[in-house]
Write a protein of this length. Structure first.
Length: 362
């Protein structure tokens, strides 16, 4: 028996399962002209009764879902022999869920003879924005989701500097907790932050004050725990008065928009003083689908003669297409396979300590 590498092609497949969505995407072409298709299965409805992600149940769902999706993609979309590269989310995320995408990627690499790469989850969000310029650095990345609130200076691929982070709760996390505290007649069955944004948009209050956030005013970092507590207490005191609650969530929405603008502006001005001039702003993460946040950041970018790029709303949350995009931009001398790591910093995936070339048997 002799092993040899299979010839690479421009067809690639990516696996993402860092939380409760099973995602598989396939693409043709380079990072300059990439055509992608994705199948995504969400398991949030199964986790709803637990009030959050139940790791063991979710990982079992990933295992079954990956097989179903792969069969559909391999049989219908492409031939097995034409897949040259495989990308998967190496972390951060839920450890048991990450293991599923890593395992299926390794098996697929061995069967298909394809190169395999572990991709940092946040790198995926950094490059998820639509029409983001290729190889134009440095730029400022705004990452806002239930698991992260980060301002990152991107100086090149794999060269990241975290400028700001949340000291406690993250933006998406606060939205979700507020949503769960709303009376059922206002939120219905929704328990995520989209209902908070929807209620805020329905408010016809004109100019409305914002909540003050004292803890993080004079620092580059974010802090939302005090704001969250104030909102939750205000909702309790409202005694389910719908009009009052709508005013509260509207006030919360405006506060989030203002805080983001202040911190982004602070970061840009600090970088300018250091002689670092960002080319544009890229926004990613689940909370980037919030229309009010998009408008606020866009207005700020225009005021600084910059352009802001956002992902399509359907690609703001976790997906495999963003893993494909990030993978296509990376240039590495050899293949890289990593054990799933629930928490690790951006730029960690530089070493080839766990290198494994994709081979096929002949």
């Amino acid at each position: 028996m002799r092993l040899k590498p299979q010839t690479k092609t421009n067809l690639a497949i990516a696996f993402e399962s860092s939380c409760d969505d099973t995602c598989v995407a396939i693409s043709r072409g380079s990072s300059n002209s990439m055509r992608c298709r994705e199948i995504k299965l969400s398991h949030s409805s199964l986790n709803r009764s637990f009030g959050g992600v139940y790791p063991h149940l979710t990982s079992s769902c990933h295992e079954v879902s990956f097989i179903k999706i792969l069969k559909k993609f391999i049989n219908v979309k492409t031939q097995k022999s034409s897949i040259g590269k495989i990308y998967y989310t190496a972390g951060p995320g839920q450890h048991q869920s990450l293991q599923k995408s890593m395992s299926i990627a390794k098996v697929a690499s061995c069967i298909l003879g394809a190169e395999i790469y572990g991709i940092h989850h946040m790198e995926g969000h950094i490059f998820s924005a639509a029409n983001i310029p290729i190889n134009k650095f440095p730029f400022l990345s705004v990452l806002i989701s239930g698991g992260h609130t980060l301002l990152v200076l991107v100086e090149s691929m794999e060269n990241y500097t975290v400028l700001s982070k949340s000291l406690d709760d993250n933006i998406g996390e606060v939205y979700d907790k507020i949503a769960r505290s709303l009376p059922i007649d206002l939120r219905g069955l929704a328990i995520n932050g989209t209902i908070v944004e929807k209620l805020a948009r329905s408010c016809n209050c004109g100019d409305i004050s914002t909540f003050s956030i004292m803890k993080s005013d004079q620092t580059p970092d974010f802090s939302f725990s005090g704001l969250k507590t104030s909102i939750l207490q205000a909702i309790i005191k409202s005694k389910h008065d719908s009009d009052q609650i709508i005013r509260i969530v509207c006030k919360f929405q405006r506060t989030i928009e203002n805080v983001l603008k202040e911190k982004i502006l602070q970061a840009i001005e600090t970088l300018d003083k250091l002689g670092v001039h960002v080319e544009f702003i890229s926004v990613g993460g689940g909370a980037s689908s919030n229309s009010g946040i998009r408008k606020a950041i866009e207005h700020l970018a225009i005021s600084k003669n910059l352009r802001a790029y956002f992902p399509e709303k359907t690609l703001a949350t976790d997906n495999a297409i963003m893993i494909l995009k990030a993978g296509a931009r990376k240039e590495r001398g050899s293949n890289s396979v990593f054990y799933p790591i629930p928490e690790f910093p951006l730029g960690f995936l530089k070493d080839d300590d766990y290198a494994l070339d994709g081979y096929r048997e002949i």
